[in-house]
Design a protein around this ligand. Sequence first.
Ligand code: C2E
Ligand code: CA
Ligand code: CA
Length: 505
Amino acid sequence: MEPVGLSWAAQHAELLLVVAAASLLLAAVSLGLLWRQHRQNTMPPSTQRASTVLDSAAHRDMLTGLPSRPEFELALDEAVLRSERGGNRLCVLYVDLDNLRSVNEAFGHEAGDAVLRETANRLAGSLGSATIAASRIAADEFAFIVRGGRADGQRAALALAAAVAQPVPVSGREARLSCSIGIAAYPQHGSRPQLLGNAALAMRSVKLAGGGGHAEYDPQMSAALRDQADLLQDLRAALVHRQFELFYQPKVDARSLQITAAEALIRWRHPQRGVISPALFIPLAERYGLIAAIGDWVIAEACRQAAAWRDAGLRMRVAINLSGYQLRQDDLVGRIERQLLQHRVPPARLTCEITESVAMEDTQVTREAFERLRKLGVHVSIDDFGTGHSSLASLRRLPAAELKIDRAFVCDLQSNEDARSIARAIVQMAHSLGLHVVAEGVELEAQRDLLVEMGCDELQGYLFAKPMSAQALALWAADDGPEHHGGDAFRASLFAETRPTELDP
Ligand code: C2E
Ligand code: CA
Ligand code: CA
C-alpha cells in the first residue's frame, strides 16, 4: 500500500501546481506594491510629481489632454458590461478630420497642433452629459462613447460635425475643417471586440464617398472597402505598368470653330476592369498621396505631346488639370518649368486648369503657386466656374487668364431662364476682368447658339468632340475643317476613335 500523503500529492499534482503559481503571483504583486510604496516614500517630491505626470502621460494624450486609446478600451469594456447588466444602449463614434494635412501645409505644424488642440476641445465639449468617454485614438482620429440608441448616435454625429465645422482662428486667418464620422451601436453593430473597428470601418466608407459626413456601420461596408483597397493597390502599380494614357478634348473658337486648344484628361486602362474614370481614381490618388506622382506624369506626358504636335505642325495650346493637392506640393511650378524646358515648349502654350473651389482657398501656399505660375508665363484657367460662389473681388485677385463656365449651367441653357441669366452674367463679369471665357459641356446646337450670342470666346463639349487619343486629335484637327465642327459631320473612322464611351454618359 502506498502512503496516503504521497498518493494524494500524486493525484493532485496539477492542483498543487496551480496553488504554487497563485502564491508566487500573489508574492510578486505584493512585492510590486511594496516596491511602489517604497519608491514613493523615498522619492523626493519633485520626482514624485514627475512620476505622476509620467503615469498620466501613459493614459492621456500629451497634445490634447484627452484619454489615450488604452483608457478608451477600458471605458468601453465597462460601458458594455454596464449595458449588458442594465439593458441601456450605447454608441461608439469614430471621428477622422478630413483636412488637417492641408492646415499643416498652409499654416505650419505648430499652428496645425494648435488647431488640433482647439478642435479636440470642441469635440469633447460638444456632446455634454451624453458622453461616456472621449479619446484621441491617433494623430487626427478621435473616438467617443455616448449613451443611447442609433438615433442618439446620429444626433451625436451631427453635434460633433458642427463642432469641427466652426472656423478656428489661426495666425490672423481662419482654418476650416470637416470630418468623417462612423457610428457603431451596441449591440446591433457588433460585439464588444468589434465595436471600435466597425465604427472605424463606417468612417472609412464616409471618406470613400468624399468625406464630410457620417454613416452607421453596415456589414456590406467591409466588401466595398476591400474592393477599394484592391483598387488602391492596383493604382500604386499603374504608373510602373504604364496603364495611364492622356486623352484630349478640343476647345474651339466660338466664332470660327477652329481648334484653339486641347485639354488633357487622364484615363486608366485597368488590365481587368477596363477603362476607369478619373472621377473615380483621382480622389483616391489624392487621399492616399499618389496624386503627386500621377500629376507629375501628366505634366511630363502633356509637355511631350505638346512638343510632338508642334513638331508635326499643329499649333494649339495644351491644358492640364491640377488638383488642389498638387498646388500645395513643394515646387510644383519648378517641376512644370523643367518639363517645359526639357521639351522646349514655351510656357504660354500651357494652360493649367484649377477648379474654382481650390482657386478660392486663398491660403499662402495656393497664392504663392498662382503667383509663380503667372511669373513663369503659364496660363491659369478657373475650372468648373459658378459652383463655388466666388465674389468678383476674390476673382480679381487671381492672376488667371481664362474662366470655364461649369457644365451644370450650360446643360440647362436652352430650357432654363435662370441658367441663361447666370451664364450671361458670368461672361460679362469675366470679360470686364479681362478673362477669356470657355463654356464646357456643350452638347446641343441650341446651347452653342446661345453661348455665341452671349459672347463666349471658346466652346468645348460632345457637340464638337469627345475626349480622344492624341493620334485621333491630330487627325481631327488636320482633316476635319471647321465647317465640320457642327456635330454630326464626323468621318465614320474618326468618330469611332472619338468614342471612349465606356466612360462617357
Ligand atoms: P473636368 O476638368 O471638368 O473635365 C470635363 C469632364 O467633362 C471630362 O470628364 C469630360 O470628358 C467631360 N465632358 C466634356 N464634354 C462633355 C459634354 O459635352 N457632356 C458631358 N456629359 N461631359 C463632357 P472626365 O474625362 O471623366 O474627367 C472628369 C474629371 O476628372 C475632370 O473634370 C477633372 O476634374 C478630373 N481629371 C481628369 N484628368 C485629370 C488629370 O490629369 N489630373 C487631375 N488632377 N484631374 C483630372
Ligand atoms: Ca478641366
Ligand atoms: Ca470642368
